[in-house]
Design a protein around this ligand. Structure first.
Ligand code: DX5
Ligand code: ZN
Length: 232
């Protein structure tokens, strides 16, 4: 299991979806104090938007001072996700809705030495996944409909985070819970309280004048509101 996503910590993952793509190297440097860079891969089929492919991810891995967390919003995850592990992503998250054999895929990705995440759209229930959650290093609970940055946080996802955290704790598993979409200074505390420990923030960080200050503000808020879930 990849220790980068053990539940004994909290992690801030800026999403480069709202970065200036013409200056991607400098945009990566702006967030070098974060834990990982979250790269949103979209194929214009699973979501109505198109972003990066594996060649771009490989270049980001080479250039980035911090690990790459690839969030695949693409169809046919079974065939495509391994390509992103080979591109050097430290973690690869695929959507449950896009995988025919999620457990087989998770095992294949782990053999490629990447941490594995499984993502759920807001309307996908978490319960069917809970019996097999130990197959994954991370559960991504989307807090907006995937596809675009800058949308508002779906408060209705908080009970889902809470139920998932309770089930993971009951089984004594080390599975991180990532939240993605509308995470900001206004919403991160509630996510941490509910049991999330990996926080993706796109517009909140890239629209800030001082990205490093925003990262540390988010980190402090998460730490102040979520530590009790991790036994610290
Ligand atoms: C949405 C993406 C998110 C997005 C987050 O489909 O998965 O990672 O970039 O952006 P904000 O933080 O602006 O909602
Ligand atoms: Zn994402």
């Amino acid at each position: 299991m990849n220790s980068a996503y053990a539940t004994d910590g909290q992690y801030i993952h800026p999403s480069i979806l709202n970065a200036d793509f013409m200056r991607i190297g400098e945009e990566l440097d702006r967030i070098s104090s974060a834990d990982s860079v979250h790269v949103d891969v979209m194929d214009n089929h699973f979501v109505p938007n198109l972003t990066f492919g594996a060649a771009m991810v490989e270049q980001i891995v080479e250039r980035s001072p911090i690990p790459v967390d690839a969030h695949l919003m693409i169809e046919d995850a079974d065939r495509q996700a391994p390509v992103f592990a080979e591109a050097g992503a430290s973690s690869v998250t695929f959507h449950l809705e896009a995988a025919a054999a999620p457990i087989r895929l998770a095992r294949e990705l782990r053999r490629k030495n990447t941490a594995v995440g499984v993502a759920l759209r807001p309307a996908t229930p978490v319960e069917p996944l809970l019996d097999v959650i130990g197959e994954f290093d991370m559960l991504l609970i989307m807090t907006v409909e995937p596809g675009f940055g800058g949308q508002s946080f779906l408060e209705t996802m908080l009970p889902k985070i809470r139920r998932a955290r309770a089930a993971i704790s009951e089984s004594n598993l080390q599975v991180s819970i990532q939240v993605d979409g509308g995470v900001s200074r206004e919403t991160i505390e509630r996510c941490a309280e509910a049991g999330a420990n990996v926080f993706v923030a796109g517009s909140a960080i890239y629209r800030a004048h001082d990205a490093a200050a925003e990262i540390s503000a988010l980190r402090d808020l998460a730490a102040a509101h979520g530590a009790h879930h991790n036994g610290h």
